[in-house]
Design a binder for this molecule. Sequence first.
Ligand code: C2E
Ligand code: CA
Ligand code: CA
Ligand code: CA
Length: 275
Amino acid sequence: AKSSGRGAICFYHPSLDEAARDRRALELDLRAAMERGEITLMYQPVLRVDTGAMASAEALARWTHPTRGPIRPDLFIAIAEESGLIVPLGRMLLRQACVDAASWPDHLAVAVNLSPVQFHAGDVYDTVIAALADSGLPPHRLKLEVTENVVMHDVERTFVELERLRAAGIKILMDDFGTGYSSLSYFERFPFDKVKIDQSFVRGLDTSRAAGAIIKAIVGLGEALGMAIVAEGVETCAQRDALVLAGCTHLQGYLFSRPVSSATIAALGAAGPGA
Ligand code: C2E
Ligand code: CA
Ligand code: CA
Ligand code: CA
């Protein structure tokens, strides 16, 4: 059933349920949207706790479907991963992020999310180096966000690839820490530059004592290993205060800014403190 061509779209699959057919339809639409350059990037500021200034911005993919409206990135990224489209899509987005960031003030870095599938496809290093060369963005202004899942398969090869990227001057960040199949031993194997505490723990601060304890433990690990600690999904002043008190070095969330356009990041970076 993996045949392509227009006829295949109308083919009746009694075995496919509604949801699977829906995903297949979205996959075809996604492919077309990519070809038309309709997947875009918005950027969310990440602030330093010590100065309050923006240090970087995270690139977040956006897709507005012609009839369905905005599609959640969680959904279309998952579809892109299942179909393999994430390889060309990820390459396009990485390149776009580097081009955009090259137009920002020099002190601002861009953080780009990488899917585990891109690593397994095996061309991440070359893709990253080419994007830097073509955009003129210096390596120290690019950060790559990977989740714990990235190291799950083929641990050795992934660490070798991350090591090469790091040797090229690119910072590597562990995203969504504490939610996947986490293993503290990853930190023994690979010197991540930054750890991003998952927003579920930030949300949990309001209701659970465990969330605060987990955040403090992650900060302690970061301090011992010289890693910066980012908290994401910060929505309230109470959360901000608790995260600052816990020792987080960077904060990101709607309290400070929603994801905005590249031009807005450039303007904020030129106007803000530390510029
Ligand atoms: P993520 O990497 O964990 O990104 C953070 C998500 O939290 C973003 O959702 C962001 O808009 C949202 N967020 C930021 N601050 C707040 C806040 O204060 N409150 C709440 N409720 N949410 C906040 P978004 O943009 O919907 O992206 C969802 C996920 O999709 C991302 O999670 C990431 O896993 C994936 N994704 C997005 N863009 C890309 C991309 O270019 N490549 C890859 N591989 N994955 C991407
Ligand atoms: Ca991320
Ligand atoms: Ca995250
Ligand atoms: Ca996430």
